[in-house]
Design a protein around this ligand. Structure first.
Ligand SMILES: Cc1cc2nc3c(=O)[nH]c(=O)nc-3n(C[C@H](O)[C@H](O)[C@H](O)COP(=O)(O)OP(=O)(O)OC[C@H]3O[C@@H](n4cnc5c(N)ncnc54)[C@H](O)[C@@H]3O)c2cc1C
Length: 483
């Protein structure tokens, strides 16, 4: 592995040159997330470009209608800023509630926003205030900045310079901490604009699992009537939240509504009545209710349906043939047949920002073969170990029946249901990212299967493994006798 080079530009133009010259470089703020990701092998920049010498990114400036905070300002500086505490208490309080003094002394506003952790506090404060993010290339409204979890609208060469927060008539952030990391299990920010004729309300929530988001129903209710009462009976849809090792989706959805009421109560002074209505903080979900889904199980099964322009028997045999399977599995380095139904494989999988190498055991169980009638059924149990990153497994049920294609040729309809599970660090990536990766891998598998089955080397898959061995032997013999 090449050593990482350290660069420390002293002006914006020098910084831009660094990024142009080294496209694999990564910006370094406090390193609180970046260095941890590098240590885990999740990212391998060629250069680290340290932002600490850029004065443009360091200042806090208060104006009549907004406050400017540079991207490199640490959480500790924001928390301790006397004018901010007085004029924009939510920003100072939000910063003061982040993690512990060590993280606050080094972690930065810009790093937190660029990282866009789905449990981070700053994205909520920025989205709820309707702030504007300034980069070296453009201005971005908060609504356009947070595009997905761990993903923002920032381009690879773009540097976040700072954030312009508008002054609000009211702004409150309430978070319920996950006690080990002190990240938000759920955090809710509620703001009300200063304009006398348009007291627009914005509500943003972090910790749901999909990334920060607004809650338009609560905003409409509060705009109609600025009180805790306006929120009574309003529940966050459960499918907006994810279950994980820390809490179930229903717990997170419930907590969001409770925290939203508390944020409003902190402004209206209705705290006492809030307690009577909302009750005490819900108990910590050490043992999620039996109805809650297991912690690292992806939400629901993933299903797919494909038409393959080959007769059912050919498809069936191809699926039992390692010579066919290996090129169909994206990132599959090796696939070895251990016995009739067991295989081992090494597969590299890209999961969003993470690249994981799984040592995988596969068990293939034919349940109903073509000789026994249609639809045929085959079960696939896959268990992969990605070392320190965690483990993944999936049970896939595949059904197939004959289906004539549009041009009258015999074909096969293949329907599959997969129930994937991940644990360890991989589980922290969140269901959405894992779902997207699982879907993309499965989609690629069937596209490749169609291509492999249609290729001249696979003129007939009807011989399955035996056919593949024979054709390899024939190729080898032809090669040998030509020499
Ligand atoms: C134990 C722990 C608990 C935490 N708890 C919380 C919490 O409760 N709430 C919360 O909000 N946060 C929390 N954090 C996050 C922390 O506050 C940091 O802000 C976050 O980890 C980012 O770190 P950093 O600022 O050092 O940026 P880095 O780690 O240096 O950078 C993070 C990413 O942002 C990019 N980047 C940095 N600056 C810029 C820029 N100016 N322009 C473009 N890209 C940039 C980097 O290239 C990198 O990809 C916690 C962190 C830890 C380690």
């Amino acid at each position: 592995m090449k050593p990482v080079q350290y660069l420390r530009p002293e002006s914006l133009s020098a910084l831009e040159r660094c990024l142009q010259q080294h496209p694999q470089a990564q910006l370094l703020a406090g390193g609180q997330s970046l260095l941890a990701a590098m240590r885990l092998g999740l990212t391998q920049p060629s250069h680290l470009v340290d932002l600490q010498d850029l004065p443009e990114l360091q200042n806090i400036q208060l104006e009549d209608d907004h406050v400017w905070i540079g991207a490199m300002v640490t959480h500790a500086r924001i928390a301790a800023h006397a004018d901010l505490q007085r004029q924009h208490p939510m920003l100072a309080q939000l910063a003061a509630g982040i993690a512990d003094p060590q993280v606050r002394n080094v972690g930065t506003l810009g790093g937190s926003l660029a990282n866009n952790d789905p449990a981070a506090c700053w994205p909520t404060g920025v989205l709820a205030t309707g702030a504007t993010l300034m980069t070296n290339q453009r201005e971005l409204p908060a609504d356009a900045f947070f595009t997905d979890l761990f993903t923002t609208a920032l381009l690879p060469s773009e540097v976040l310079l700072g954030v312009r927060f508008p002054v609000c008539a009211s702004a409150q952030y309430v978070k319920y901490e996950q006690p080990a990391s002190r990240f938000a299990l759920v955090g809710v920010a509620v703001t009300r604009a200063t304009r006398p004729n348009n007291r627009a309300v914005r509500v943003a929530i972090t910790g749901l699992g999909h990334g920060v988001r607004r809650w338009p129903q609560a905003e409409a209710a509060l705009q109609a009537h600025w009180s805790v009462q306006a929120l009574q009976g309003l529940n966050l849809p459960e499918d907006w939240a994810q279950s994980d090792v820390h809490a179930s989706a229903s717990y997170r959805a419930h907590l969001s509504a409770v925290l939203c009421r508390r944020a409003v109560a902190a402004d209206t002074g209705e705290s006492a009545s809030l307690r009577a209505q909302a009750g005490p903080a819900p108990p910590w979900p050490h043992n999620p209710a039996p109805s809650a889904r297991p912690a690292a199980l992806l939400e629901g099964a993933i299903t797919g349906s494909h038409h393959l322009p080959h007769p059912l028997r050919s498809v069936w045999q191809a699926l039992l043939d390692p010579a066919v399977l290996q090129p169909c599995i994206a990132g599959c380095d090796t696939l070895q047949r251990l016995d009739e139904t067991h295989y081992s494989a090494v597969v590299k999988v890209g999961l969003g920002p993470v690249s994981a190498r799984f040592v995988t055991q596969i068990q293939l169980t034919p349940v109903r073969t073509p000789d026994q009638g249609e639809p045929t059924e085959c079960h696939l149990h896959v268990a992969g170990d990605a070392g320190s990153l965690g483990q993944g497994s999936a049970t896939v049920v595949v059904h197939m029946h004959s289906e004539t294609s549009d041009n009258g040729n015999p074909g096969t309809r293949l329907v599959w249901h997969a129930t994937p599970q991940v644990s360890g660090r991989l589980a922290q990536l969140g269901n959405r990212l894992l779902q997207a990766s699982a879907r993309s891998l499965s989609g690629q598998f069937f596209v490749r299967l169609t291509q492999v089955m249609g290729s001249p080397n696979m003129a007939s898959a009807s011989g399955g493994f035996f056919y593949a061995c024979c054709s390899r032997l024939m190729r080898w013999l032809r090669y040998f006798f030509k020499r």
